[in-house]
Design a protein around this ligand. Structure first.
Ligand code: SAM
Ligand code: DTB
Ligand code: SF4
Length: 350
């Protein structure tokens, strides 16, 4: 692909994001640009769509940890791997809301709740809907990731006011079989379609550093960018190697290749939140700064991801300050009760 073609495809994408289709070769061509050219393009696109000096702080909470029957090779929560992780049952609503209050008081504006399930049971969704209503009433953006969903379950989450559903493609269709055998790529696409159909924002990304090739990384980005429309939110995780998982010992990804992945995600999905997700604790500050320069505009904030650790909140605040990056401002919450059908007395969010 020529430079002009890249520019043209990019501008078409910016105007009509649901129509432009990317070929894997186009995305590989972006990866192959000289590093500075790639960053320049990503920065240009980023500035057209976002304030480049604002980053969203998102706090993650594992509301149901471990004991998952899926065999995802990267995941410490799978029963197929002996990682020594203790399985817990679903957290109580009050405990989750307390954690969200703390996240908010620390400056987070988004709260993501994750459960180690292949799919949720209907009876699990009732307390989860209360969690969503409660977190939303605090003025926090809500996201949950619970595994595969049926249509009526997606509808229930939408009724509870869920802002985003996270469900990752994780990698390219070609590499996928080496990572997960217990559910198919199509299963994931089906869940994403159900989420999209009910009008919940789609949060969908993947993991790099699992031993995939550059073409396979480009294959993941191509799949994401060609969704119609592309996801509103794209988490890019760098594999966190956990002892006992089959991927422990995988050769770490070249850090610049990680930055390139962020940049390519930004260029191909210009209006998406590109989230610098798992793996940040293993990155030094200069590398994280490059990720922001490449168009990442959200991080997980707080000392814990789901089961693994994340940089200390204080260290993150200092890093952002040194870079002149502001945290996204929180939403205003009015004092009057909203029309919650549980008569819970939650405040109304503007
Ligand atoms: N069980 C649900 C599912 O798989 O959709 C939700 C939770 S799952 C832990 C959410 C995502 O976390 C996975 O899709 C994967 O992208 C990411 N993840 C899990 N373990 C990881 C690891 N060790 N390193 C990086 N990302 C990881
Ligand atoms: C996503 O893409 N990354 C987050 C979130 N979505 C749920 C999860 C990262 C998990 C990292 C490994 C762990 O802490 O267990
Ligand atoms: Fe289960 Fe999700 Fe972990 Fe896969 S990634 S093993 S589905 S918790």
């Amino acid at each position: 692909m020529t430079q002009a073609h890249i520019a043209q495809t990019q501008s078409t994408q910016a105007q009509t994001p649901t129509q432009a289709r990317w070929r894997v070769a186009d995305v590989v061509a972006l990866y192959e640009l000289p590093f500075n050219d790639l960053l320049y393009r990503a920065q240009t696109v980023h500035r057209e769509h976002f304030d480049p000096n604002t980053v969203q702080l998102s706090t993650l909470l594992s509301i149901k940890t471990g004991g998952c029957e899926e065999d995802c090779a990267y995941c410490p929560q799978s029963v197929h791997h002996d990682t020594g992780l203790k399985a817990d049952k679903l957290m109580e609503v009050d405990a989750v809301l307390k954690a969200a209050e703390i996240a908010k008081s620390n400056g987070a504006t988004r709260f993501c709740m994750g459960a180690a399930w292949r799919n949720p049971k209907d009876r699990h969704l009732e307390p989860i809907k209360d969690m969503i209503r409660g977190v939303k009433a605090m003025g926090l953006e809500t996201c949950v990731t619970l595994g595969m969903l049926e249509a009526h379950q997606a509808e229930g989450l939408r009724e509870a006011g869920l802002d985003y559903y996270n469900h990752n493609l994780d990698t390219s269709p070609e590499f996928y079989g080496q990572i997960i055998s217990t559910r198919t790529y199509q299963d994931r696409l089906d869940t994403l379609e159900r989420v999209r159909d009910v009008g919940i924002n789609v949060c969908c990304g993947g993991i790099v550093g699992m031993g995939e090739s550059r073409r396979e990384r480009a294959g993941l980005i191509t799949q994401l960018a060609n969704m119609d429309p592309y996801p509103e939110s794209v988490p890019i995780n760098n594999l966190v190697q956990v002892e006992g998982t089959p991927l422990t010992g995988t050769a770490p990804l070249d850090p610049f290749e990680f930055v390139r992945t962020i940049a390519v995600a930004r260029i191909t999905m210009p209006g998406a939140m590109v989230r610098l997700s798992a793996g940040r604790e293993q990155m030094d500050e200069a590398l994280q700064a490059l990720c922001f320069a490449a168009g990442a505009n959200s991080i997980f904030y707080g000392d814990q991801l789901l089961t693994t650790s994340n940089p200390q909140a204080e260290a993150d605040r200092k890093l952002l300050e040194r870079l002149g990056i502001r945290a996204e401002a929180s939403q205003k919450v009015e004092e009057e009760p909203h029309a919650c059908d549980t008569k819970c007395g939650h405040a109304q969010i503007n």
